[in-house]
Ligand binder design. Sequence first.
Ligand SMILES: CN(C)c1ccc(C(=O)NC[C@H]2N[C@H](CO)[C@@H](O)[C@@H]2O)cc1
Length: 472
Amino acid sequence: RFGARSTLAVLLVAVFGVGAAAAAARTPVPDSLAAGLTGPDGRTLVAHGFNTASSSKTVADGLPDFTEDDLDAEHADMGTSFVRYLISWRKVEPSPGVYDQDYLDDVAERVRWYDERGYSVMLDMHQDLWGVGITPDGQVGNGAPVWATYMDGLPVEPQPQWELYYLQPGVIRAFDNFWNTTGEHPELMDHYAGAWRAVAERFADTDAVVAYDLMNEPYGGSVQGVAFESGPLTELYQRSVDAIREVDQDSWACLEPQALGFNWGLPSALGHVDDPREGDPRIAFCPHIYPLPMDLGDGFSGTSRDLVEGTVASWRDNVLRTSHELGDVPVILGEFGLDTTLPGALDYVDLMYDTAGELGFGVTYWSRDPGGWGPYEADGTPRNLIGAVDRAYPVAVAGTARSWSWEDGVFTLVTEPDASASAPTELYLPDSIGDDVHVEGAEILEWDAASRILQLEAPAGESEITVVVSAG
Ligand SMILES: CN(C)c1ccc(C(=O)NC[C@H]2N[C@H](CO)[C@@H](O)[C@@H]2O)cc1
């Protein structure tokens, strides 16, 4: 059971866990930390939804195996209102400087599905292991187009675990050429920023598209850590934001740290990215978390649970630190997930949603795909995850959303109301709270037990209020 990966896990967390424990008390949540993204009507949007979907990664049309009926089921079962929707550079720019509007039309059709149901969309320029071109079958990597894949003849040998492909010479070289570490391909990062410009130009006037996740789980190839994040990664983000702002002034740009390390509780050295838009910057920080000890085989139980909790504590402090360094920007936990058949799995899911609510982070679970990590079986049968994701949360807040909690059937929201907001605060309340609700700290404008949406009006003249909602 203790393979190389697990041994690494224990070493990392032992070093880290001790470090976290020895460190001063938990990093306090700065008052200035913005929670949630400002939506088109000025309210604060809190992401609650899924990654949709891994099934799109290597298929020819780049579209997820996902229908409107699937979305209706998700909305009815869990009240989600946000999606991290996977798109790919290979489909946006199938040849250098040529942008595929038919693909963007296909994406726009699915954005319409979400829009018609009141969802907000974050488009995720997804990659894993660089792109489909790293292996002849095109089934291992995803993201980058073949024309941008320069492995310079270096090998990519089959690996027993997908993550190990990141250590293959050909994959490292593909990334080194993209980041121009080799000095051979200064053009590729500009092509990437140009692809984002094309996407933003297509969706700039689509209010439902509120954010762009600039690169999924960036990897520096032969350059790692501080040199990568503070160097080429920050540079790529700056070029992409500048390109997006040529055509879209209002969508948020979501920045991810390098996955290697940060996903496991290590810190980030991501540098500041300027936003040239008029008014407040719209830059967010969108990390992932995948505690290595979870792979020890004991899930979230016993020693593994202790180690995972140590990872989450370190991760929490690292997120707050980087959010502050980026300008106290809002945070969306873009990915977390696990095999929900593992011992204690749903306790871990609760821990992550509780942590996110305490800190004012949005969450998109990995992933919407059917099977052992997701909410449904392949035949659509609901899975245990549904009960853990179907929880109360603030859908949109007329003001700032500082923190929230959902515990023992009671929902609590701490918010700084904005009386000038164009629409009221809206909460989602799961069936488990019942059809009648009791509210303290605000007035009920409307309660729709069918849609599970509660609209509230804050008392006038209060700088910060605490709203408590319980069964009526
Ligand atoms: C060695 N490197 C660079 C590495 C290792 C492991 C992951 C990972 O597990 N990622 C977690 C999940 N995220 C992707 C989709 O974004 C999923 O395929 C992974 O399960 C990422 C990078």
